[in-house]
Design a protein around this ligand. Sequence first.
Ligand code: PEP
Length: 228
Amino acid sequence: MGKFIIANWKMNMTNAGAKDFLDEFRPQTKNTVVICPPFTALTTVGAADGFAVGAQNMHYAENGAYTGEVSAEMLVELGVGYVLVGHSERRTKFVETDEFVINKAKAAISNEIVPVVCVGETKEEYQSGKTKDILSRQLSGLGQLDGEFIVAYEPVWAIGTGLVPTMEEIADIHVFIRGITKAPILYGGSVTDKNAGEIMAIPNVDGVLVGGAALCPNKFTGIINAAN
Ligand code: PEP
């Protein structure tokens, strides 16, 4: 299986900023590269060649009274092939539950969008040895998914902090998740062009989900090249 290298731009990049990024970004790889920009830059990013476009969020309902939300059908219309669901920032800042996350994943699959189901423990949960319990709970709905999906393991304490678990810890958690699902399992949390090669060489690490380092064309290209 090839690797997945997925960029999560979060609430960064105007449409003009996305165009500037794309002017400099020419990935050369047989692996799968996906960029998840804000909704406002989906069309611009989706029009570029050499990689796929993903969304950072969607609602599970088909349509209706959900002010500010976007449905799977609306994303499909823009050529979106992937969607992040359950990112820790959505779970904490927007109070998304495991049930809500799995409902989004189901709706994505029904519309032929591949959901990237994000899971991970907080610093307190890590320090008190509860990581696997938390992951078991967050992944308990995967059996309801009938179609292609991806899991992204992102320790919350590693996101945007420069902190990364040891390679042994990543290996151990990925073996644990592999016991739950055969789907591709990505690692996310402070991945850079310096550590991406070592992380992607770990067994059961099928790629990476990248935040900050994916905002710079050179750094993101370095991460992609580390998988080649
Ligand atoms: C993320 O938010 O999914 C992420 C991995 O961020 P960063 O790479 O900046 O830690």
